[in-house]
Design a protein around this ligand. Structure first.
Ligand code: FBP
Length: 261
């Protein structure tokens, strides 16, 4: 396996994943703020921004557009579930690693719901994906999201540190975790992840300043970057937000300076 920093998912050791799997995970409601984002092409265009090291989509969106966008680093999300599913958290494996590689993916993503009654099965599916990704030399990003009937608070510091550790133990290169509420708690999660890189998960849309401040705190805490969807594509000018994120993540600019970009 080549060093992580030599893969397209890394730019100078940092990571910025633009996620656009919301049409499956949440449904078209996520595109209402900016109706043009219903058209995948609009967001593929945004993903050509230099700051984006991985564009996370499901198989169908990749099949339809990937060959028109050679300049986009494709991160194929291997599993996913619709919001229509009302059972215990679970995620269907929708794409094999072999097919992701055929579609031109330069990394793959996989959701694990630690704590769900389906965790055992999901971890076994992850084993298969992770080992096949190693054969293809593709970095693996784990959407490490503890949730399920046993979990009272899915963003508590202890839970997020466990999520980060679970990603390391199961062989992910990158753990995508929710922000645990403070810089100290994020530091603890980064420590728990050891050699596995940690990226913060974006979450629902907030103000420019609040969002960039949280991202900046996560970077200060040792996270290597961000995986973001709504806080970019639900803005009227998503490229402006990517410019600011580029400054905060890759240039470690202050939030104040980044807001001027
Ligand atoms: P956001 O930045 O919009 O939160 O996107 C990140 C992401 O992980 C997406 O890949 C996914 O569709 C969504 O969040 C899932 O969010 P949740 O399961 O918390 O509703």
């Amino acid at each position: 396996m080549r060093p992580f920093d030599d893969t397209p998912l890394s730019r100078d050791g940092k990571v910025l994943i633009l996620a656009y799997d919301h049409g499956l995970e949440h449904g078209p409601v996520d595109f209402e703020d900016v109706p043009e984002t219903m058209d995948p092409e609009t967001v593929w265009d945004v993903a050509t921004h230099d700051a984006v090291t991985g564009f996370a989509v499901q198989k169908g969106v990749a099949e339809a557009y990937a060959d028109q966008y050679d300049d986009v680093n494709l991160l194929l999300k291997l599993n996913g579930t619709s919001n229509l599913w009302m059972g215990e958290p679970d995620s269907a494996v929708n794409c094999s690693v072999d097919y992701a590689a055929e579609l031109g993916a330069s990394s793959v993503g996989f959701t694990l719901y630690g704590g769900s009654n389906n965790e055992i099965e999901m971890a076994e599916e992850f084993r298969d994906a992770q080992e096949t990704a190693r054969e293809h030399d593709l970095p693996v990003v784990m959407w490490s999201y503890p949730r399920g009937q046993g979990l009272k608070n899915d963003t508590s510091p202890g839970t997020i540190a466990y999520a980060a550790r679970q990603a390391l133990e199961l062989g992910a290169d990158v753990a995508k975790v929710k922000y645990p509420g403070s810089k100290e708690a994020m530091e603890h999660a980064v420590e728990a992840a050891g050699p596995t890189k940690v990226v913060m998960s974006g979450g629902s849309k907030t103000s420019d300043e609040d969002f960039l401040t949280t991202v900046s705190d996560a970077i200060d805490a040792g996270a290597v970057g961000l995986a973001v969807g709504r806080n970019v594509f639900q803005r009227e000018n998503p490229r402006e937000m990517l410019d600011a994120l580029e400054a905060v993540i890759f240039e470690e600019a202050s939030v104040e300076d980044a807001l001027d970009y």
